[in-house]
Design a protein around this ligand. Structure first.
Ligand SMILES: [Zn+2]
Length: 443
Protein backbone atom coordinates (compact mmCIF):
# COMPACT_ATOMS: atom_id res chain seq x y z
CA UNK A 1 0.00 0.00 0.00
CA UNK A 2 1.48 3.39 -0.95
CA UNK A 3 1.92 5.64 2.06
CA UNK A 4 1.31 8.86 0.12
CA UNK A 5 -1.32 10.04 -2.31
CA UNK A 6 -1.68 13.40 -4.07
CA UNK A 7 -5.14 14.38 -5.32
CA UNK A 8 -4.52 17.19 -7.77
CA UNK A 9 -6.45 20.21 -8.95
CA UNK A 10 -9.89 19.51 -7.48
CA UNK A 11 -12.44 21.88 -5.99
CA UNK A 12 -12.01 21.17 -2.29
CA UNK A 13 -15.05 21.61 -0.02
CA UNK A 14 -13.24 21.61 3.30
CA UNK A 15 -16.40 21.59 5.48
CA UNK A 16 -15.61 21.75 9.21
CA UNK A 17 -15.75 24.90 11.34
CA UNK A 18 -14.17 27.20 8.77
CA UNK A 19 -15.87 25.60 5.78
CA UNK A 20 -14.38 26.91 2.53
CA UNK A 21 -14.53 26.24 -1.18
CA UNK A 22 -10.97 26.03 -2.51
CA UNK A 23 -10.76 25.82 -6.31
CA UNK A 24 -7.75 24.28 -8.09
CA UNK A 25 -6.30 22.75 -4.95
CA UNK A 26 -4.38 19.60 -4.25
CA UNK A 27 -4.71 17.40 -1.19
CA UNK A 28 -1.68 15.46 -0.01
CA UNK A 29 -2.29 12.40 2.19
CA UNK A 30 0.67 10.85 4.01
CA UNK A 31 0.61 7.87 6.34
CA UNK A 32 -3.17 7.93 6.47
CA UNK A 33 -3.57 11.60 7.37
CA UNK A 34 -4.04 14.78 5.35
CA UNK A 35 -0.60 16.40 5.28
CA UNK A 36 -1.29 19.43 3.13
CA UNK A 37 -4.00 21.29 1.21
CA UNK A 38 -2.50 23.78 -1.21
CA UNK A 39 -2.55 25.07 -4.80
CA UNK A 40 -1.08 22.55 -7.23
CA UNK A 41 2.16 24.48 -7.75
CA UNK A 42 2.88 24.64 -4.03
CA UNK A 43 3.46 20.88 -3.75
CA UNK A 44 6.79 20.10 -5.42
CA UNK A 45 8.95 17.04 -5.79
CA UNK A 46 6.16 14.63 -4.99
CA UNK A 47 6.97 10.98 -5.62
CA UNK A 48 4.02 8.77 -4.92
CA UNK A 49 0.56 7.93 -6.20
CA UNK A 50 -1.17 10.80 -8.04
CA UNK A 51 -4.81 11.30 -8.91
CA UNK A 52 -6.29 13.99 -11.14
CA UNK A 53 -9.41 15.63 -9.68
CA UNK A 54 -9.85 18.30 -12.35
CA UNK A 55 -13.57 19.13 -12.70
CA UNK A 56 -14.42 17.24 -9.52
CA UNK A 57 -15.34 18.23 -5.96
CA UNK A 58 -13.45 16.73 -3.04
CA UNK A 59 -15.26 16.33 0.31
CA UNK A 60 -14.52 14.59 3.60
CA UNK A 61 -15.84 10.99 3.45
CA UNK A 62 -19.29 10.47 4.97
CA UNK A 63 -19.90 8.68 8.26
CA UNK A 64 -22.89 6.42 8.98
CA UNK A 65 -23.38 6.45 12.76
CA UNK A 66 -25.93 3.61 13.05
CA UNK A 67 -26.62 0.73 10.70
CA UNK A 68 -27.14 -3.04 10.51
CA UNK A 69 -25.08 -4.85 7.88
CA UNK A 70 -27.13 -8.04 8.36
CA UNK A 71 -30.18 -6.30 6.88
CA UNK A 72 -28.61 -6.55 3.40
CA UNK A 73 -30.34 -9.88 2.84
CA UNK A 74 -33.81 -8.40 3.39
CA UNK A 75 -33.71 -6.70 0.00
CA UNK A 76 -36.61 -8.06 -2.08
CA UNK A 77 -37.82 -10.37 0.68
CA UNK A 78 -41.57 -10.85 0.31
CA UNK A 79 -42.12 -13.59 2.88
CA UNK A 80 -42.71 -11.27 5.82
CA UNK A 81 -46.35 -10.72 6.72
CA UNK A 82 -47.45 -7.08 6.45
CA UNK A 83 -46.90 -5.51 9.86
CA UNK A 84 -49.51 -3.39 11.64
CA UNK A 85 -47.08 -1.88 14.13
CA UNK A 86 -43.40 -1.80 15.07
CA UNK A 87 -43.74 -4.88 17.27
CA UNK A 88 -44.90 -6.86 14.23
CA UNK A 89 -42.07 -5.42 12.11
CA UNK A 90 -39.63 -6.95 14.61
CA UNK A 91 -41.50 -10.26 14.99
CA UNK A 92 -42.51 -10.83 11.34
CA UNK A 93 -39.34 -9.62 9.71
CA UNK A 94 -36.17 -8.80 11.64
CA UNK A 95 -36.28 -11.42 14.39
CA UNK A 96 -37.15 -14.15 11.87
CA UNK A 97 -34.38 -12.99 9.57
CA UNK A 98 -31.60 -12.55 12.12
CA UNK A 99 -32.46 -15.91 13.77
CA UNK A 100 -31.76 -17.68 10.47
CA UNK A 101 -28.36 -16.05 9.83
CA UNK A 102 -25.21 -18.18 9.63
CA UNK A 103 -21.65 -16.90 10.05
CA UNK A 104 -21.20 -16.93 6.26
CA UNK A 105 -24.40 -14.88 5.87
CA UNK A 106 -22.96 -12.34 8.34
CA UNK A 107 -19.78 -12.04 6.29
CA UNK A 108 -21.51 -11.67 2.91
CA UNK A 109 -24.28 -9.36 4.10
CA UNK A 110 -21.57 -7.13 5.59
CA UNK A 111 -19.62 -7.17 2.32
CA UNK A 112 -22.73 -6.08 0.40
CA UNK A 113 -23.40 -3.17 2.79
CA UNK A 114 -19.74 -2.15 2.85
CA UNK A 115 -19.35 -2.17 -0.93
CA UNK A 116 -22.56 -0.12 -1.21
CA UNK A 117 -21.00 2.35 1.23
CA UNK A 118 -17.80 2.59 -0.83
CA UNK A 119 -19.96 3.33 -3.89
CA UNK A 120 -21.58 6.27 -2.06
CA UNK A 121 -18.47 7.85 -0.55
CA UNK A 122 -19.16 6.60 2.98
CA UNK A 123 -15.86 5.92 4.70
CA UNK A 124 -16.75 4.99 8.31
CA UNK A 125 -19.71 3.12 9.80
CA UNK A 126 -21.06 2.11 13.19
CA UNK A 127 -22.75 -1.29 12.96
CA UNK A 128 -25.16 -3.07 15.31
CA UNK A 129 -25.23 -6.81 14.65
CA UNK A 130 -27.55 -9.72 15.60
CA UNK A 131 -27.42 -13.39 14.56
CA UNK A 132 -28.77 -15.34 17.58
CA UNK A 133 -28.16 -18.78 16.04
CA UNK A 134 -24.57 -17.85 15.08
CA UNK A 135 -23.28 -15.56 17.82
CA UNK A 136 -19.70 -16.75 18.42
CA UNK A 137 -17.45 -15.68 15.58
CA UNK A 138 -20.03 -13.39 13.95
CA UNK A 139 -18.08 -10.20 14.75
CA UNK A 140 -14.83 -11.76 13.52
CA UNK A 141 -16.57 -12.64 10.22
CA UNK A 142 -17.83 -9.06 9.84
CA UNK A 143 -14.44 -7.62 10.79
CA UNK A 144 -12.88 -9.70 8.00
CA UNK A 145 -15.32 -8.09 5.53
CA UNK A 146 -14.43 -4.63 6.90
CA UNK A 147 -10.70 -5.26 6.50
CA UNK A 148 -11.20 -6.58 2.96
CA UNK A 149 -13.10 -3.46 1.87
CA UNK A 150 -10.70 -1.02 3.56
CA UNK A 151 -13.44 1.01 5.29
CA UNK A 152 -13.53 1.93 8.95
CA UNK A 153 -16.21 0.27 11.06
CA UNK A 154 -17.14 -0.02 14.71
CA UNK A 155 -18.86 -3.32 15.48
CA UNK A 156 -20.88 -4.76 18.34
CA UNK A 157 -23.26 -7.62 19.07
CA UNK A 158 -26.89 -6.82 20.00
CA UNK A 159 -27.15 -8.51 23.39
CA UNK A 160 -30.73 -9.52 24.21
CA UNK A 161 -32.76 -11.87 26.42
CA UNK A 162 -35.31 -12.45 23.66
CA UNK A 163 -33.78 -15.83 22.69
CA UNK A 164 -33.17 -17.17 26.19
CA UNK A 165 -30.37 -17.28 28.73
CA UNK A 166 -27.86 -19.37 26.74
CA UNK A 167 -27.88 -16.98 23.75
CA UNK A 168 -27.74 -13.94 26.04
CA UNK A 169 -24.63 -15.45 27.60
CA UNK A 170 -23.10 -15.85 24.13
CA UNK A 171 -23.96 -12.22 23.37
CA UNK A 172 -22.10 -11.05 26.47
CA UNK A 173 -19.09 -13.18 25.55
CA UNK A 174 -19.04 -12.11 21.89
CA UNK A 175 -19.01 -8.41 22.82
CA UNK A 176 -16.33 -8.91 25.47
CA UNK A 177 -14.15 -11.01 23.19
CA UNK A 178 -14.37 -8.57 20.30
CA UNK A 179 -13.72 -5.46 22.42
CA UNK A 180 -10.67 -7.14 23.90
CA UNK A 181 -9.55 -8.23 20.41
CA UNK A 182 -9.82 -4.65 19.04
CA UNK A 183 -7.95 -3.23 22.03
CA UNK A 184 -5.10 -5.65 21.38
CA UNK A 185 -5.03 -5.28 17.58
CA UNK A 186 -4.99 -1.45 17.61
CA UNK A 187 -6.29 -1.51 14.03
CA UNK A 188 -7.16 2.09 13.01
CA UNK A 189 -10.05 0.77 10.93
CA UNK A 190 -11.81 -1.76 13.18
CA UNK A 191 -13.19 -0.76 16.57
CA UNK A 192 -15.79 -2.05 19.02
CA UNK A 193 -18.53 -0.92 21.36
CA UNK A 194 -20.61 -3.04 23.75
CA UNK A 195 -23.88 -3.79 21.94
CA UNK A 196 -27.30 -4.08 23.55
CA UNK A 197 -30.46 -4.59 21.51
CA UNK A 198 -32.82 -2.32 23.45
CA UNK A 199 -33.98 -1.79 27.02
CA UNK A 200 -37.23 -3.74 26.48
CA UNK A 201 -35.47 -7.00 25.59
CA UNK A 202 -32.92 -6.93 28.41
CA UNK A 203 -33.65 -7.98 32.00
CA UNK A 204 -32.09 -6.26 35.00
CA UNK A 205 -29.79 -9.22 35.59
CA UNK A 206 -28.45 -9.21 32.02
CA UNK A 207 -28.17 -5.42 31.97
CA UNK A 208 -26.12 -5.59 35.16
CA UNK A 209 -23.74 -8.16 33.67
CA UNK A 210 -23.35 -6.12 30.46
CA UNK A 211 -22.68 -2.93 32.40
CA UNK A 212 -20.07 -4.61 34.60
CA UNK A 213 -18.27 -6.15 31.60
CA UNK A 214 -18.44 -2.95 29.57
CA UNK A 215 -17.07 -0.87 32.45
CA UNK A 216 -14.30 -3.36 33.09
CA UNK A 217 -13.33 -3.14 29.39
CA UNK A 218 -13.60 0.69 29.51
CA UNK A 219 -15.92 0.84 26.54
CA UNK A 220 -19.14 2.59 25.59
CA UNK A 221 -22.47 0.98 24.71
CA UNK A 222 -24.54 1.04 21.52
CA UNK A 223 -28.28 0.39 21.64
CA UNK A 224 -31.74 1.35 20.39
CA UNK A 225 -33.47 3.81 22.73
CA UNK A 226 -37.17 4.69 22.73
CA UNK A 227 -37.57 3.81 19.07
CA UNK A 228 -41.26 3.05 19.69
CA UNK A 229 -43.55 3.96 22.58
CA UNK A 230 -43.51 0.27 23.51
CA UNK A 231 -39.93 0.61 24.85
CA UNK A 232 -41.19 3.26 27.30
CA UNK A 233 -44.32 1.27 28.26
CA UNK A 234 -42.20 -1.79 29.06
CA UNK A 235 -39.64 0.19 31.07
CA UNK A 236 -42.33 1.94 33.12
CA UNK A 237 -44.19 -1.31 33.78
CA UNK A 238 -41.05 -3.23 34.55
CA UNK A 239 -39.00 -0.73 36.55
CA UNK A 240 -41.18 2.30 37.18
CA UNK A 241 -38.55 4.27 35.28
CA UNK A 242 -38.47 5.69 31.77
CA UNK A 243 -35.98 4.11 29.33
CA UNK A 244 -33.24 6.71 29.61
CA UNK A 245 -33.57 6.77 33.42
CA UNK A 246 -33.26 2.98 33.48
CA UNK A 247 -30.11 3.13 31.33
CA UNK A 248 -28.70 5.85 33.58
CA UNK A 249 -29.27 3.62 36.59
CA UNK A 250 -27.06 0.93 35.02
CA UNK A 251 -24.48 3.51 33.87
CA UNK A 252 -24.98 2.59 30.23
CA UNK A 253 -24.98 6.26 29.19
CA UNK A 254 -21.80 8.29 28.68
CA UNK A 255 -19.59 10.06 26.16
CA UNK A 256 -18.59 6.81 24.50
CA UNK A 257 -22.15 5.47 24.22
CA UNK A 258 -24.57 5.70 21.31
CA UNK A 259 -28.35 5.80 21.73
CA UNK A 260 -30.04 5.23 18.37
CA UNK A 261 -33.44 6.81 17.62
CA UNK A 262 -34.62 8.53 20.87
CA UNK A 263 -37.99 9.38 19.35
CA UNK A 264 -40.16 8.80 22.41
CA UNK A 265 -38.03 10.58 25.01
CA UNK A 266 -39.31 13.41 27.19
CA UNK A 267 -37.44 16.57 28.09
CA UNK A 268 -36.06 15.11 31.32
CA UNK A 269 -34.58 12.23 29.32
CA UNK A 270 -33.13 14.64 26.75
CA UNK A 271 -31.41 16.47 29.63
CA UNK A 272 -29.99 13.17 30.95
CA UNK A 273 -28.62 12.36 27.48
CA UNK A 274 -27.03 15.83 27.33
CA UNK A 275 -25.61 15.67 30.88
CA UNK A 276 -24.01 12.28 30.24
CA UNK A 277 -22.76 13.41 26.79
CA UNK A 278 -24.35 10.34 25.23
CA UNK A 279 -24.52 10.56 21.43
CA UNK A 280 -27.99 10.19 19.93
CA UNK A 281 -28.24 8.92 16.36
CA UNK A 282 -31.22 9.93 14.25
CA UNK A 283 -32.42 7.48 11.55
CA UNK A 284 -35.32 9.21 9.81
CA UNK A 285 -35.94 6.88 6.85
CA UNK A 286 -36.22 3.82 9.09
CA UNK A 287 -38.44 5.68 11.56
CA UNK A 288 -40.80 6.83 8.81
CA UNK A 289 -40.83 3.36 7.24
CA UNK A 290 -41.71 1.77 10.58
CA UNK A 291 -44.22 4.53 11.34
CA UNK A 292 -42.76 5.04 14.83
CA UNK A 293 -42.53 8.84 14.67
CA UNK A 294 -40.00 11.56 13.94
CA UNK A 295 -37.37 12.40 16.58
CA UNK A 296 -37.41 15.98 17.82
CA UNK A 297 -33.90 16.75 16.61
CA UNK A 298 -34.36 20.50 17.07
CA UNK A 299 -35.25 20.13 20.78
CA UNK A 300 -32.52 17.52 21.40
CA UNK A 301 -29.89 19.88 19.97
CA UNK A 302 -31.34 22.85 21.87
CA UNK A 303 -30.89 20.88 25.10
CA UNK A 304 -27.26 20.18 24.32
CA UNK A 305 -27.45 16.60 23.01
CA UNK A 306 -24.88 15.52 20.41
CA UNK A 307 -27.12 14.28 17.57
CA UNK A 308 -25.64 12.30 14.68
CA UNK A 309 -27.18 10.68 11.62
CA UNK A 310 -27.50 7.01 10.70
CA UNK A 311 -29.37 5.00 8.10
CA UNK A 312 -30.47 1.99 10.18
CA UNK A 313 -29.65 0.01 6.98
CA UNK A 314 -32.31 1.75 4.87
CA UNK A 315 -29.60 2.95 2.48
CA UNK A 316 -25.82 3.17 2.20
CA UNK A 317 -26.15 6.71 0.80
CA UNK A 318 -25.71 9.30 3.56
CA UNK A 319 -26.81 12.20 1.35
CA UNK A 320 -30.13 10.46 0.70
CA UNK A 321 -30.57 10.08 4.47
CA UNK A 322 -29.61 13.73 4.98
CA UNK A 323 -32.34 14.89 2.61
CA UNK A 324 -35.02 12.78 4.29
CA UNK A 325 -33.85 14.04 7.69
CA UNK A 326 -34.34 17.62 6.47
CA UNK A 327 -37.81 17.05 5.05
CA UNK A 328 -38.81 15.17 8.22
CA UNK A 329 -37.76 18.02 10.52
CA UNK A 330 -39.44 20.61 8.27
CA UNK A 331 -42.66 18.65 8.39
CA UNK A 332 -42.44 17.94 12.11
CA UNK A 333 -41.79 21.61 12.93
CA UNK A 334 -44.27 22.78 10.26
CA UNK A 335 -41.51 25.16 9.25
CA UNK A 336 -39.84 24.98 5.83
CA UNK A 337 -36.48 25.98 7.30
CA UNK A 338 -36.85 24.10 10.61
CA UNK A 339 -33.86 21.97 11.52
CA UNK A 340 -31.58 22.83 8.57
CA UNK A 341 -28.61 23.64 10.81
CA UNK A 342 -29.33 20.80 13.24
CA UNK A 343 -29.61 18.16 10.51
CA UNK A 344 -26.66 19.25 8.36
CA UNK A 345 -24.55 19.48 11.54
CA UNK A 346 -25.63 15.94 12.47
CA UNK A 347 -23.93 14.57 9.36
CA UNK A 348 -21.05 17.00 8.88
CA UNK A 349 -20.08 18.00 12.44
CA UNK A 350 -21.52 15.49 14.90
CA UNK A 351 -20.92 12.21 13.05
CA UNK A 352 -17.23 13.23 12.83
CA UNK A 353 -17.25 13.85 16.62
CA UNK A 354 -18.84 10.45 17.25
CA UNK A 355 -16.27 8.81 14.95
CA UNK A 356 -13.45 10.67 16.69
CA UNK A 357 -14.58 9.23 20.04
CA UNK A 358 -14.39 5.75 18.52
CA UNK A 359 -11.40 5.88 16.15
CA UNK A 360 -9.36 8.57 17.92
CA UNK A 361 -8.82 10.56 14.70
CA UNK A 362 -10.10 13.88 13.43
CA UNK A 363 -12.82 13.53 10.76
CA UNK A 364 -15.23 15.67 8.77
CA UNK A 365 -12.81 18.33 7.58
CA UNK A 366 -10.22 18.55 4.84
CA UNK A 367 -7.35 20.09 6.76
CA UNK A 368 -3.88 19.17 7.92
CA UNK A 369 -3.93 16.38 10.50
CA UNK A 370 -7.41 15.03 9.70
CA UNK A 371 -7.96 11.44 8.55
CA UNK A 372 -7.26 10.95 4.85
CA UNK A 373 -10.85 9.83 4.25
CA UNK A 374 -12.35 11.49 1.17
CA UNK A 375 -15.33 11.29 -1.17
CA UNK A 376 -14.88 12.76 -4.64
CA UNK A 377 -17.82 13.61 -6.90
CA UNK A 378 -17.89 14.39 -10.58
CA UNK A 379 -19.91 17.58 -10.10
CA UNK A 380 -19.89 20.59 -12.39
CA UNK A 381 -22.08 23.14 -10.55
CA UNK A 382 -24.58 24.84 -12.88
CA UNK A 383 -25.00 27.72 -10.37
CA UNK A 384 -22.31 29.62 -8.42
CA UNK A 385 -20.64 27.57 -5.68
CA UNK A 386 -18.85 29.55 -2.97
CA UNK A 387 -18.17 29.64 0.78
CA UNK A 388 -21.74 30.74 1.53
CA UNK A 389 -23.74 28.02 -0.20
CA UNK A 390 -21.79 24.75 0.07
CA UNK A 391 -24.55 22.97 2.00
CA UNK A 392 -27.16 24.04 -0.56
CA UNK A 393 -25.05 22.40 -3.27
CA UNK A 394 -24.55 19.30 -1.13
CA UNK A 395 -28.27 18.86 -0.43
CA UNK A 396 -29.66 19.75 -3.86
CA UNK A 397 -26.80 18.99 -6.26
CA UNK A 398 -24.02 16.71 -5.05
CA UNK A 399 -26.59 14.39 -3.47
CA UNK A 400 -27.94 13.82 -6.98
CA UNK A 401 -24.52 13.02 -8.45
CA UNK A 402 -22.79 9.66 -8.14
CA UNK A 403 -19.71 9.31 -5.97
CA UNK A 404 -16.73 8.97 -8.27
CA UNK A 405 -13.88 8.11 -5.91
CA UNK A 406 -13.67 6.92 -2.30
CA UNK A 407 -10.51 7.05 -0.21
CA UNK A 408 -9.89 5.84 3.35
CA UNK A 409 -6.65 6.71 5.14
CA UNK A 410 -5.05 7.50 1.79
CA UNK A 411 -6.00 4.13 0.31
CA UNK A 412 -8.11 4.37 -2.85
CA UNK A 413 -11.11 2.00 -2.62
CA UNK A 414 -12.92 3.24 -5.73
CA UNK A 415 -11.68 5.45 -8.56
CA UNK A 416 -13.75 6.74 -11.50
CA UNK A 417 -16.63 4.60 -10.16
CA UNK A 418 -14.57 1.41 -10.42
CA UNK A 419 -13.71 -0.51 -7.28
CA UNK A 420 -9.94 -0.75 -6.88
CA UNK A 421 -10.21 -3.46 -4.22
CA UNK A 422 -8.96 -6.97 -4.51
CA UNK A 423 -12.56 -8.20 -4.46
CA UNK A 424 -14.69 -9.66 -7.24
CA UNK A 425 -18.02 -7.86 -6.89
CA UNK A 426 -19.88 -10.09 -9.36
CA UNK A 427 -18.75 -13.22 -7.52
CA UNK A 428 -19.71 -11.68 -4.17
CA UNK A 429 -23.20 -10.78 -5.46
CA UNK A 430 -23.65 -14.23 -6.90
CA UNK A 431 -22.71 -15.99 -3.65
CA UNK A 432 -24.83 -13.50 -1.67
CA UNK A 433 -27.86 -14.31 -3.85
CA UNK A 434 -27.39 -18.03 -3.14
CA UNK A 435 -27.06 -17.41 0.58
CA UNK A 436 -30.04 -15.05 0.65
CA UNK A 437 -32.20 -17.58 -1.20
CA UNK A 438 -31.32 -20.24 1.38
CA UNK A 439 -31.85 -17.83 4.24
CA UNK A 440 -35.32 -16.91 2.99
CA UNK A 441 -36.18 -20.63 2.75
CA UNK A 442 -35.10 -21.18 6.36
CA UNK A 443 -37.20 -18.27 7.60
ZN1 LIG B 1 -31.10 0.02 14.37
Amino acid sequence: MPNSLLIENGTVLTLGKNSKVLAGQSVLIKDGLIAKVAPKKAINNFRGQRMDATGKVVLPGFINAHTHFYSSFARGLTKAKPAKDFNQVLKNLWWRLDSALTAEDCYYSALIALLGSVRHGTTALVDHHASPQAVPGSLAAIARAVRETGLRACLCYELSDRDGAAIAKQGLAENAWFIHHCQQQKDARVKALFGLHASFTISDATMEKAAALGHELRTGFHLHVAEAQRDQDWALRHSGKRVVERLKQFEILGPRSIAAHCIHVNRREMDLLAETQTAVVHNPQSNMNNAVGVANVIELVKRGVLVGLGTDAMTTNMLEELRVALWGQHLRAENPSGGFGEVTSALFANNPKIAQRIFGLRFGEICEGAAGDLAIFDYDPPTPLDNTNVLGHVVFGISQAEADTTIVGGRVLMEDRKLTLNLDEARINSRARELARNLWKRM
